[in-house]
Ligand binder design. Structure first.
Ligand code: PLP
Length: 553
């Protein structure tokens, strides 16, 4: 696979050269730089000492490197002082730190918190909980039908009562770059604090927090080629001074006595306990790499994104979400008449990793009136050939999922096979060769499902724990179990048909005595199912067993 100048810095790709693995899920987590791995390994192998505690020379040297990393991140985001950089374990912790601190002493009765409809749950739930606890109003900046923030309506929402505006710099679900400059300016006018979630921005856009003049800016290391469990909270120093400590313990204190304890000034005030030292060193390396290569990365990512857009736009029935003219190299899409989960499963079988679902942005999916999207998220290490491979695979998978197919004949899902023989659907799955045929047969099998009438798709029939929506209804007809079910996913409908074929028509006692695990193992299904699909199937079987247990006496 042809390379680009960034790719050789990421060992992930050299490991998979024999069997190409197209990684298009960098917004979930990016691949890690060799530089990051090296410094992390070096710390653990050669310099594993604590910081800010011991006085021996190795500890002093690592402490200096650790504190120097703060200055590196200061430069990376253009902060005024290294004292404004707080180490956390990720964006989520950074958000919670600020939210819980502000909840303690900042908000007053009648205040309103403004968030956007595009936010990751991490930048919704903490604010929502505070609003509930303090009886404040949470206002939601709206999006248009494509998922683009409605700027004027959002600006209008920021009023004299607004105490805080919290918004992502870039939407993780859609890739849109939000107009945070205008929102920050309006927030300042009304005296509100501004909180920017930069988790999806920092590896794609040059960020300068002083120019933005935001009050807080947060991000995670693992989305910018750095370590997991490592994050940053930037806050204006005067504000950090006013925030109470988040956790209490060693290193964040100045003096402890049973009469009174005093705390360190920021940032140490927020860093109780031994920090993720290797993570800090790794994150600093990652940010240096990005800074050095920033311009060429932006150019390369732009070219990749344009190629991705052209690929997707050329495929009929593909609907693109978000603002394609103002986006990082992330694109969400759906395909008319095709379940996104099914599509992602088939792409995965072709070694193409994309993300499917609500992307931890359920309110956004509700606003767009969809269950989820497929998200392709690129990074500088991707290349045009991968987009080409993805495009061809996507066309093939859509073809497979939309091809007209005939039905396997059974009688109302009732098992009519002789002792020792497999039922027709099961037999067709067992005969299938490889994952491709297995999925084809599963989709055919789904056509045999006795579909659940719409009025029965309720919270009672919904199965919890499945990737896609699934409903099943069980009842006894003259002692014999009747099963009905439905799912928007063709593959899940096929799995339901397999299970229903095996269990329908049995008495509750017979169902409980039936070894479904062995039965499915005989069909070689398990090896073709992702873990989440496997868990979903267990949840379905659990619901049927529950019903049978309560009706087996
Ligand atoms: N904010 C955004 C925009 C994200 O994309 C994510 C992760 O996907 C988070 C916050 C949470 O980040 P983490 O899980 O690293 O704490």
């Amino acid at each position: 696979m042809p390379s680009n100048i960034f790719r050789p810095h990421f060992p992930f790709f050299s490991n998979t050269q024999s069997e190409p693995y197209v990684y298009l899920d960098s917004a979930a987590t990016s691949q890690k730089l060799q530089l990051v791995i090296d410094i992390t390994q070096q710390y653990y192998q050669e310099r594993s000492v604590n910081v800010h505690r011991s006085s021996h020379h190795l500890a002093a040297s690592v402490t200096e490197q650790f504190e120097q990393s703060r200055s590196t991140i200061q430069q990376f985001i253009g902060a005024k002082s290294h004292k404004e950089i707080v180490w956390t374990k990720g964006a989520t912790e950074s958000i919670n730190l600020v939210a819980s601190g502000l909840a303690n002493n900042y908000f007053k009765a009648g205040d309103r918190i403004v968030v956007s409809a595009l936010e990751h749950h991490a930048n919704i739930v903490p604010w929502q909980q505070i609003a509930e606890a303090l009886d404040l109003k949470l206002d939601v900046m709206p999006v248009d039908p494509h998922g683009v923030l409605k700027l004027q309506a959002s600006l209008d929402l920021i009023s004299d009562n607004t105490a805080l505006v919290a918004i992502g710099h870039v939407s993780n679900a859609l890739g849109n770059i939000n107009p945070i400059e205008a929102l920050i300016a309006k927030a300042k006018k009304v005296g509100a604090l501004t909180f920017i979630d930069g988790t999806q921005a920092v590896s794609h856009l040059a960020v300068n927090v002083q120019q933005l003049d935001c009050d807080f800016y947060v991000f995670s290391g693992h989305k910018m080629f750095g370590p997991t469990g490592m994050g940053v909270l930037y806050g204006k120093y005067a504000l950090l001074e006013q925030l109470p400590p988040y956790q209490l313990g060693g290193e964040m204190i100045q003096q402890v006595s049973f009469a009174k304890t005093t705390f360190q000034p920021p940032p140490l005030k927020f860093e109780a306990g031994t920090p993720n030292i290797a993570g800090v060193l790794g994150l600093a390396r990652a940010s240096e790499f990005i800074q050095v290569h920033r311009n060429s990365m932006i150019e390369h990512e732009h070219n990749l994104y344009q190629a991705l857009l052209a690929t997707l736009l050329a495929i009929p029935k593909v609907k693109l979400w978000g603002d394609n003219n103002n986006s990082i190299c992330v694109q969400s899409f759906t395909v008319q008449g095709v379940n996104p989960y099914d599509l992602a499963v088939l792409l995965d079988k072709r070694n193409i990793a994309v993300r499917v679902g609500d992307h931890c942005a359920m309110p956004l999916m509700s606003a767009l009136d969809i269950d989820g999207t497929i998200r392709v998220s690129l990074a500088a290490y991707n290349n045009l050939e991968e987009i080409n491979i993805f495009g061809h695979a996507l066309i093939e998978c859509i073809g497979l999922l939309t091809e007209p197919n005939t039905q396997i004949v059974t009688e109302n899902n009732v098992l009519k096979h002789k002792q020792g023989e497999l039922a027709p659907i099961a037999e067709s799955i067992k005969q299938a060769k490889g994952w491709d045929q297995t999925y084809r047969q599963l989709m055919l099998a789904g056509k045999n499902l006795v579909r659940l009438p719409q009025q029965y798709k309720t919270a009672t029939t919904a199965v919890q724990g499945c990737e896609s929506q699934v409903w099943i209804r069980c009842y006894l007809d003259a002692d014999k179990l009747v099963l009905e079910g439905d799912s928007p996913s063709k593959i899940v409908r096929g799995l339901l048909a397999v299970v229903f074929e095996a269990l329908s028509g049995k008495t509750a006692k017979q169902v409980l005595a039936f070894n479904l695990a062995d039965y499915l193992a005989e069909l070689h299904l398990a090896k073709h199912l992702s873990q989440s699909r496997g868990n979903g199937l267990s949840a379905v079987v659990g619901k049927i067993n529950e019903y049978c247990q309560s009706h087996s006496l």
